[in-house]
Design a protein around this ligand. Sequence first.
Ligand SMILES: *Cc1c(COP(=O)(O)O)cnc(C)c1O
Length: 466
Amino acid sequence: MNSEDPQNWRLLPAVERVLNLPEVVPLCTRHGRAVVTGWVRDVLEAIRIGPASDFPATSSHMMTEIIDRLTATAHRDSSQYLRRVINGTGVVIHTNLGRAPLATAAIQAITAAAAATNLEVDLVTGQRGRRGAGVENLCCEITGAEAALIVNNCAAATLLALQTLATGRSVVISRGQLIEIGGSFRLPDVFRQAGVVLHEVGTTNRTRVKDYETAIGPETAALLRVHPSNYRVVGFCESASIAELAQLAKSRGIPAIDDVGSGCLYDLSRFGLADEPVVADSLRAGADVVLFSGDKLLGGPQCGIILGRTDLIERMRANPLARAVRIDKLTCAALEATLEIHRAGRAFEEIPVLRQLSLSADEIHSRAERLVERLRTASPSSSCFSVQAVESAPGGGALPGQTIPSWAVAISGPNADRTAERLRLGTPSVVTRLQEDCNLIDMRTVLVEDEDALAGRLVGIATERR
Ligand SMILES: *Cc1c(COP(=O)(O)O)cnc(C)c1O
């Protein structure tokens, strides 16, 4: 067929007629008529200038084609916006999937705080209160810190601490700890931004207390230790402990700042996860200021938590930069709820990150088996599903190189890329791990409450494929 044929053009409907189709009216209600009018014009134009062989031959084919393309456009449109995703990657703290999934209580707290809330009103006195006062008290109770300040993220915490305590002076740090996190956070750049001279000591693999000691001069404002979260130097290496640094700093009358990164409150070695610094240990070892993220192993919302000596924290609070990086009421609500769970001793039951890290391979194996069994019952075309052993990763820059044995539902068959795309684009979206032409869904990172929805999506995929 030739699309130059004038007969064909008459099959292209008027925009108005498409807008009034029963399939298109709901799109207008949801997205607005003006937006959908634009989509209809684009779709009609795409069909008009497309290959002649794709031009629909009859009026009813034409309508079907237009509706399919409009549905796809609407889908693409909403795929750019935030929506719920089922994390099948096995990476527990997945930065690109929003790091820690929040506990149910934290999600409820966000919903409640979304309306008017006592963010800066003391309900006892009716007078003005300080934003974050409650959540800061909780931080101190849980960690034993003297004072706390919560900011937008750990990068902001580092910038605020350096700028407040050391601008115009220098801070000593080991060469092995000049880290970059996620591309845009490079420690030397943060120093520059804070107006602090970076005084590197030691070598990439070995730095001793003696190196810091000889480096300290009248211009030195602080010592900084940064946990090399996302990489490890192994082999012939040495670094000074925070206890050693804190003692040295104290003897010279300057603060020791410890960026512990992931905000781990517990010893995780019983889950096969060693090496992550514990917040309270750092404080007990004498660190004057401790910094970490709220959305890594703490399992809360994105924020940066600064703990330490009251005089230093108060100086940071008084810095105008603190206002620029302060947290909003939703973060405050979610963090409070998360910390209350920690305080109540229920963290490993209720905080998804910790629950997922502590699941045994056997428990996950049973869940994967049950899901595959269910898929086999629900769908005659389920031979593509099997249970496969995998390794999960903590992620979020915590515990690099360490993995935990886990189990996945594997989806085999041709076109693994296309299957992954279909799973990503449907509702709810499912993000898989692609491995050797197979899509893996590691059950460790799938929330129990998402299992029904996941089963529904997988049955759909198997059926579509037939
Ligand atoms: C993750 C991390 C940061 C950055 O934290 P954000 O909350 O993402 O800003 C800084 N320092 C260390 C050691 C980290 O692990």
